[in-house]
Design a protein around this ligand. Structure first.
Ligand SMILES: Cc1ncc(COP(=O)(O)O)c(C=O)c1O
Length: 380
């Protein structure tokens, strides 16, 4: 039988350039995580893998500071965990209030709308955050079943304070859902104490893993609402009533063939956090962020988020000086120094650079390397 060889192009072995990933994610994985990733596969129902799943759930509860029974990893990137969270909390026709202060709030609006929510929006300028009074006013006005907020808005660099929000949501009998894709493992986050019902994240930022196994914690109030949802969820893959028996109980029921290797990586990333301790980890991110902010100030550069208390410790938006071509600087950093940073997008396109110091990459030597390269490029 004749075989078409047109696409049988000659290739060379993989040759990955040695990048330093200081953009908004992915960030470089810890060497121990890469080692875990390369261990032999296990089948998704092997008792040895089930034991690993159980360890992941416990380590995730520590990292989230969550007591929620349903605390798991979702196969896919942060958007997969986001879709799971949204799909399982939206009841078609029910009112959902979303705080939009950047691109990822807009993505929540898009997703909640697709699942049939009656979406209401409260907005802030890109770089600002909501106050408790703003949130109370929104809840009073819209009386939603779910409030959705982005904890760390990666498009603007702003960190939304969450203390007190869960209590407000209980007063208004609504769920609190938070996007923690850029905050988990990097910024203080206390799911239980702050009354967060549903939160999701990713593996490739604060956890120092490759993308692909994304944490989700889903509390009992949210599960009670999920059970009330009439009919079948239109999304089979992310239906938590099907995923729950896969992650819990004596006898695990097959749902999908989970990647053992991605979950080894996640387990190692979470183990590194447990070894370091959450307080020490949050402090390390804050200290390296401060080192970076001080260096920027010395160079006459400004952060887009004026109030340091509202800046994400793992992701800084730097204002691009007048007359500087933001994309050209980022390109030269990559081509000449192997350092990746990102530009702004949406309403901040061309106005900011986005610099990530996340997980394993939040280290003083990375801060000094980037500052030195940036200074040289900006001098012309
Ligand atoms: C705040 C936020 N939410 C959601 C996402 C989507 O995650 P992913 O790109 O891993 O699907 C991102 C990605 O950067 C993000 O920063």
């Amino acid at each position: 039988m004749p075989v078409n060889n047109t696409h049988r192009v000659p290739t060379t072995p993989l040759n990955i350039p040695p990048r330093l990933l200081l953009g908004p994610g992915p960030s470089d994985a810890h060497p121990r995580v890469l080692r875990a990733l390369s261990m032999p596969q296990l089948s998704h129902l092997d008792p040895a893998f089930v034991a690993i799943m159980n360890e992941i759930q416990e380590l995730l509860r520590y990292t989230w500071q969550s007591e929620h029974e349903l605390t798991i990893s979702i196969s896919g990137t942060g958007s997969a965990a986001m879709e799971t969270a949204v799909a399982n909390t939206v009841i078609p026709g029910a009112r959902v209030l979303i705080g939009v202060m950047g691109f990822f709030g807009e993505r929540l609006v898009e997703m909640a709308g697709r699942y049939g929510a009656d979406v209401r929006v409260m907005e802030k300028a890109w770089g600002d955050v909501f106050t408790l009074d703003d949130i109370r006013a929104g809840l009073e006005k819209h009386q939603p079943t779910v409030l959705m907020l982005v904890h760390a808005e990666t498009s603007t660099g702003a960190l939304q304070p969450l203390e007190g929000v869960g209590e407000l949501c209980r007063q208004f009998d609504c769920l609190l859902l938070t996007d923690c894709v850029t905050s988990l493992g990097a910024a203080p986050l206390l799911v239980e104490e702050w009354g967060i019902d549903v939160a999701y994240s990713c593996s490739q930022k604060g956890l120092g893993c490759p993308p692909g196994a994304s944490p989700l914690t889903f509390g009992p109030r949210a599960m009670a609402m999920r059970q009330e949802r009439p009919g079948k969820l239109p999304n089979w893959y992310y239906d938590l009533t099907l995923l729950q028996p896969y992650w819990g109980g004596e006898r695990r029921a097959y749902h999908h063939t989970m990647s053992s290797n991605m979950n080894y990586a996640l387990r190692e990333g979470l183990l590194l956090i447990a070894e370091e301790g959450l307080e020490a980890r949050w402090q390390r991110h804050q200290q390296n962020a401060q080192l970076f902010w001080d260096g920027l100030a010395e160079m006459g550069l400004e952060c887009h988020v004026a109030n340091p208390a509202h800046r994400i410790p793992s992701l800084t938006t730097v204002r691009v000086p007048e007359g500087v071509d933001a994309a050209a600087v980022a390109r030269r950093l990559l081509n000449e120094y192997n350092i990746e940073i990102a530009g702004g997008f949406g309403k901040l396109a061309g106005q900011v650079w986005r610099v990530g110091l996340m997980g394993f990459n939040s280290r003083p030597e990375n801060v000094m390397t980037l500052l030195a390269a940036l200074q040289r490029l900006l001098r012309g």
